[in-house]
Design a protein around this ligand. Structure first.
Ligand SMILES: Nc1ncnc2c1ncn2[C@@H]1O[C@H](COP(=O)(O)OP(=O)(O)O)[C@@H](O)[C@H]1O
Ligand SMILES: O=C(O)[C@H](O)[C@@H](O)[C@H](O)[C@H](O)COP(=O)(O)O
Length: 175
């Protein structure tokens, strides 16, 4: 069924989107809210890690590239299965990881949740019931490579409220 929003080009114009950033930047929160706003499916790459990756991070050890490639391919499969639109929250910290995801979904766009490292670290530490220990924040920041100018996507500052971030991103994606 084609909805009025699809006919008007409001829904299927953006294709799949990855909300990226370091741990604690708000990927899960903003990604889920963005998907609700756009009326498209949402998935969280945290839920797609193999148990060994979760065990490693829980023990305070950063993942290596070798740990991440198979996980990124599972994320890429989901993106490839949602050409009509979908939001995935996934750290995608390095350019090479984003290139891998784009190989699954050409035209993929990224929303980089960026901001003051101290603010993000504070939010990550205050969060309860998550496997990711605050001690891994420094390695996340070291691994992060911001979007290059040739990478389709937008960067937003996480100082803003979740509602404001969703409104800004939805506007920029539809621009
Ligand atoms: N823009 C925001 N303003 C205030 N708090 C936020 C914002 N985005 C996320 N949070 C809070 O910060 C913490 C980390 O967010 P989360 O979505 O779990 O980040 P990530 O998925 O990137 O690790 C959560 O407690 C969340 O409620
Ligand atoms: O590539 C990585 O090192 C991990 O995927 C990491 O970046 C991710 O952030 C964790 O899954 C923790 O989950 P949160 O980001 O939700 O804290």
């Amino acid at each position: 069924m084609t909805t009025a929003a699809q006919r008007d080009g409001l829904v299927d114009a953006h294709g799949p989107v990855v909300v990226m950033g370091v741990s604690g930047s708000g990927k899960s929160t903003v990604g889920a809210a963005l998907a609700r706003h756009l009326g498209v499916p949402f998935a969280d790459a945290d839920d797609l890690h193999p148990p060994a990756n979760i065990a490693k991070m829980s023990a305070g050890e950063p993942l290596t590239d070798e740990d991440r490639w198979p996980w990124l391919d599972v994320v890429g499969e989901w993106l490839a299965a949602h050409p009509e639109g979908g939001v995935m929250s996934c750290s995608a910290l390095r350019r090479a990881y984003r290139d891998r995801l784009r190989s699954w979904a050409p035209g993929l766009r990224f929303v980089h949740l960026d901001g003051e490292a101290s603010l993000i670290a504070m939010r990550q530490s205050a969060r309860e019931g998550h496997f990711m220990p605050p001690t891994l924040q420094a390695s996340q920041q070291r691994a992060l490579e911001a979007l290059d100018p040739d990478e389709p996507g937008v960067r937003v500052d996480v100082e803003a409220t979740v509602e404001a971030l969703v409104a800004t991103v939805a506007r920029d994606l539809n621009a």
